[in-house]
Design a protein around this ligand. Structure first.
Ligand code: SF4
Length: 241
């Protein structure tokens, strides 16, 4: 693909997301270096998570230590059907972290979150913020694929989520994007629908949390891409303020 075709494809994607133009503001050329702590563009709500650690006695300080502690995990019944435990991928010191629900079929096979069609869309969403997959961190609340992609059950969430909290505490991102209803409700301990929660910014474990739709939902409901575009503008403002 030559540069003209590449630029055309890039612009078409932004149009697909609902962008109507481009700003000349310097902040929009920002490419994700670590800056001062952001201010929230909307009224934040404080959310403190109750569960913060596993029963392990020592608090891990690196992602490798968390992965090592997980080991060949059999702590919940989801280990029975998995091919690969999907830990997470990306920059260990990322300013921006994406949290989804659980691995699907492709992720279970490849051991990496968001690698299927939804993953390709997530990559474009990340690029819309001016970053690459290598510059952010991507993980799921649940590390093993539920059978037939069913919703994770409460005991599975309670068993697995402490490892996500450890990842968050080690990476210490400045902005967390919660992808989809399940991740949003789990992280925020909320029963509200994602349609009500998105558009807001929440204080969460020292970061700003931005709820948005899951890329798999966007594949089924492309008309909601505009909402995600608005959410990513918010993310960009938080990272560059
Ligand atoms: S889902 Fe989490 S707790 Fe359950 S077996 Fe997999 S890694 Fe362990």
């Amino acid at each position: 693909m030559n540069r003209r075709d590449a630029l055309t494809a890039h612009l078409e994607f932004f149009q697909e997301l609902g962008a109507e133009g481009f700003s000349r503001e310097p902040a929009w050329r920002f490419r994700g270096e670590r800056l001062a702590h952001p201010a929230s563009p909307s009224e934040p709500t404080n959310v403190d998570s109750e569960a913060s650690s596993t029963n392990d006695e020592t608090t891990p300080t690196t992602l490798d230590q968390i992965r090592e502690a997980l080991g060949d995990c059999t702590r919940c019944k989801l280990h029975q059907g998995r091919t690969t435990l999907v830990f997470g991928v990306g920059h260990p010191d990322a300013d921006l972290m994406f949290v989804g629900e659980a691995p699907g079929r492709d992720e279970d096979r490849q051991g990496e979150p968001f690698v299927g069609r939804a993953g390709q869309l997530l990559t474009k969403i990340i690029e819309s913020v001016g970053l690459t997959r290598d510059q952010v961190y991507i993980a799921n609340v649940i590390k093993c694929r539920p059978p037939q992609n069913r919703n994770p059950e409460l005991d599975e969430v309670q068993t697995c989520e402490p490892f996500l909290f450890q990842q968050l505490d080690v990476i210490r991102p400045r902005v967390v994007v919660a992808l989809g209803a399940f991740a949003v409700r789990t992280l925020l301990r909320s029963e509200q629908s994602i349609s009500r929660l998105r558009g807001q910014v929440f204080d969460y474990r020292g970061a700003k949390l931005v709820p948005t739709f899951h890329p798999a939902f966007l594949l089924r409901s492309p008309d909601r891409k505009r909402d995600v575009w608005e959410d990513m503008k918010k993310v960009r403002a938080l990272l560059s303020s």
